[in-house]
Write a protein of this length. Structure first.
Length: 662
């Protein structure tokens, strides 16, 4: 939808602004000045102090409005310095000066308006230079940043003041310091915690930036506060990236049954939830008082921690588009201590093998296992936990099942390998990467296997086309894993990096994606430990050491070479005729424009073979370029020279290169 522009006039000067821009923002765009006291760039407007008043004409009589809270929704004329405006503003500042005569902020604003003394001194006058001026910054920061209501206005009229509930220290206060940091006078004092950060101010600067972006942008972007990572289900389905039926498809008409809005009705806590108290993003969600229907706790009412995106997407991957099932599946995976991703991806593979006749009802112990078999999935989950029945085999994972069924000659070996979505023994996380060569590499070349922690390249590569060449993809596949490894090394959450984006930063050109946030993380680390000039080069060196040591350990254990970095073909392209035909227009167009083959008159199998040959060649080329960027040899092993560059060419490390895999 095109952004609606409106032409307005500020002090006689024409200005084009986006609809719903505040008048205060428009005034500043026009280069005009109005004083503000209660306004804060990271907080929602409140209009409390009234100092930003302007006189406007918008089709009716001229009137005064607070510019910070007045949205521009139609043509208007505004003036910032008419006689009426200046008279009202001067009176307001004289009243403020009478109440708080020693507060420097008040003194400066009053002086600018020509007010040097006040007729309004009284018993209410506070002579402290750090007096509370009732701007409300702390109240809004508590609610909008920490998602709490620990501070609020109390009393009425001249008795109005800031307080905690019942006038007592609130035990829910998590010490986030947002109130103190946004206070313009220093009325709220804090004591830094026992961690003893070297430069708390630097840390808070970064925190305030992220907190402000979350407060002002999240509702229109990812809605992490509202629905958490569940919002990604809606987005992935729209972009044909949501895994359905063992990654055959990227969308499905029933996916709407498990969109984030559906689960919003289950999430009942209604409080600031998160991995740690005071988190501005607060993306973790939970459902209280949920009654279980199966398993050892059937009939009990429990709290379900989630479901998150990967769990919901895993349900789609199994063809189980039922929210009640997702809740039950989520709870029991957590309770049994198994990964929802690996379980869902494994069962999606098992379901496809069942439908393909590789296994049958007799083999499963009497269970029918077509896609969408919610009851059978839960039965298998309970069997896995109890060590019984077919659940014992399912619990071994895809790699084990593939090898067993191929050895037993249960079906075509190539087909079983193609649809078994694992690399290095780890099941794929829940994104369809057929149309993103970079993401295929991000999954398959990851040291730990295809999990989402080491790459998030789909949108850059497939949607925004920001990585058009092999070199671009290789740069991304070198930078991203090291950047994500750095999060793990420092114990930092990655979500504030890219799940809220400054409005002018949606198409960041660098692999860092949101470079301003990257720099913010560096400043936070500097503030914590006193490290000077933390930068991308230092970050890559720190994480590069850990990443390459991980690779060498994988190599030593026999899974760290080129042959282990290849994905199953289902991750690369269509395995079945059904898959090809579901996106035939796309694949036929690629055959003609990218491969140079006219699809007209070709059988589907012939077209599939041509697509496969091309895509596998593309992946092999990219893999070689990535290895070069990573400082690895053609077999995917870190070179001695690269280990020297990283400063980890220790004797015990070099010995791994010399002796090779065990």
């Amino acid at each position: 939808m095109a952004t609606q522009k409106i032409t307005i006039q500020i002090n006689g000067k024409d200005l084009s602004v986006t609809k719903d821009t505040t008048l205060l923002a428009a005034v500043r765009m026009a280069g005009a000045y109005v004083p503000t006291l209660c306004n804060h760039k990271k907080l929602t407007p409140s209009g409390t102090c009234r100092l930003c008043i302007c006189e406007i004409e918008d089709g009716g009589p001229r009137r005064l409005v607070t510019s910070c809270s007045y949205p521009v929704r139609g043509p208007l004329k505004a003036w910032t310095d008419t006689e009426r405006v200046l008279k009202n503003r001067k009176l307001l500042l004289e009243m403020h000066l009478g109440r708080w005569p020693e507060v420097p902020l008040i003194q400066n604003l009053a002086k600018q308006a020509g007010v040097t003394e006040s007729r309004f001194t009284s018993d209410l006058t506070e002579t402290a230079a750090d007096a509370c001026i009732l701007c409300g910054h702390c109240v809004r920061a508590c609610e909008e940043f920490a998602l709490e209501r620990i501070l609020d206005f109390a009393g009425r009229g001249i008795a109005r003041h800031i307080d905690m509930p019942f006038g007592e220290v609130d035990s829910h206060c998590v010490g986030c310091t947002s109130c103190s940091y946004t206070c313009p006078t220093g009325a709220i004092k804090i004591v830094d915690d026992a961690n003893g950060p070297v430069d708390p101010e630097k840390i808070r600067n970064h925190g305030l930036k992220v907190a402000g972006e979350m407060a002002t942008l999240d509702a229109d972007q990812c809605r992490m506060r509202e629905v958490g990572t569940g919002n990604i289900v809606d987005v992935m389905d729209a972009y044909d990236l949501l895994p359905c039926f063992n990654y055959k498809f990227g969308s499905h008409e029933d996916a709407k049954k498990i969109y984030s809005g559906v689960f919003k009705e289950y999430w009942t806590q209604g409080i600031s939830d998160g991995c740690w108290k005071g988190c501005t993003m607060a993306c973790a969600k939970a459902a209280d008082n949920y009654e279980l229907k199966t398993g050892p706790y059937a009939g009990d009412r429990v709290t379900v921690d989630g479901p998150e995106y990967e769990t919901i997407a895993g349900c789609a991957n199994m063809g189980c588009f039922e929210p009640e099932f997702a809740m039950e599946f989520n709870f029991y995976c957590d309770t049994y201590g198994v990964d929802t991703i690996s379980v869902a991806t494994t069962l999606a593979f098992v379901m496809e093998c069942y439908e393909a006749g590789i296994i049958d009802k007799e083999y499963t112990g009497g269970m029918e296992l077509p896609f969408g078999s919610t009851d059978a999935v839960l039965t298998l989950l309970h069997q896995m936990a109890e060590g019984e029945g077919f659940g014992i085999e399912v619990g071994q994972g895809i790699r084990w099942l593939k090898e067993k069924w191929i050895a037993e000659e249960r079906g075509d070996a190539q087909f079983i390998r193609d649809i078994g979505m694992e690399v290095k023994g780890l099941e794929f996380s829940e994104y369809v990467c057929k149309e993103s060569l970079a993401q295929q590499g991000g999954y398959s070349m990851a040291n730990k296997g295809p999990q989402h922690d080491e790459a998030w390249l789909i949108f850059m590569d497939m949607v925004n086309n920001q990585l058009p060449t092999f070199e671009d993809k290789a740069k991304g596949l070198n930078y991203y894993p090291l950047w994500r490894t750095w999060f793990g090394l420092w114990g930092l959450c990655k979500l504030p990096w890219n799940d809220v984006v400054p409005s002018d930063n949606y198409k960041e050109e660098t692999p860092a994606k949101v470079s301003g946030h990257v720099r913010g993380y560096f400043r936070a680390v500097e503030g914590l430990l006193g490290i000077d000039d933390m930068c991308e080069e230092k970050m890559l060196l720190q994480s590069g050491r850990a990443y390459n040591l991980q690779r060498l350990l994988s190599y030593m254990l026999g899974r760290g070479t080129a042959e282990h970095d290849d994905p199953p073909y289902r991750a690369v392209g269509p395995v079945t005729v059904e898959e090809y035909e579901s996106r035939s227009e796309r694949y036929d167009k690629q055959l003609k424009e990218q491969i140079g083959i006219d699809p007209e008159g070709l059988a589907v199998e012939e077209k599939m073979a041509a697509v496969r040959k091309h895509r596998e060649e593309q992946y092999a080329t990219m893999k070689a370029v990535v290895y070069k960027h990573r400082g690895w040899d053609e077999n995917g092993v870190p070179t001695r020279a690269h280990l020297q560059e990283l400063g980890i060419d220790l004797p015990e490390v070099l010995k791994i290169l010399e002796t090779g895999p065990r």
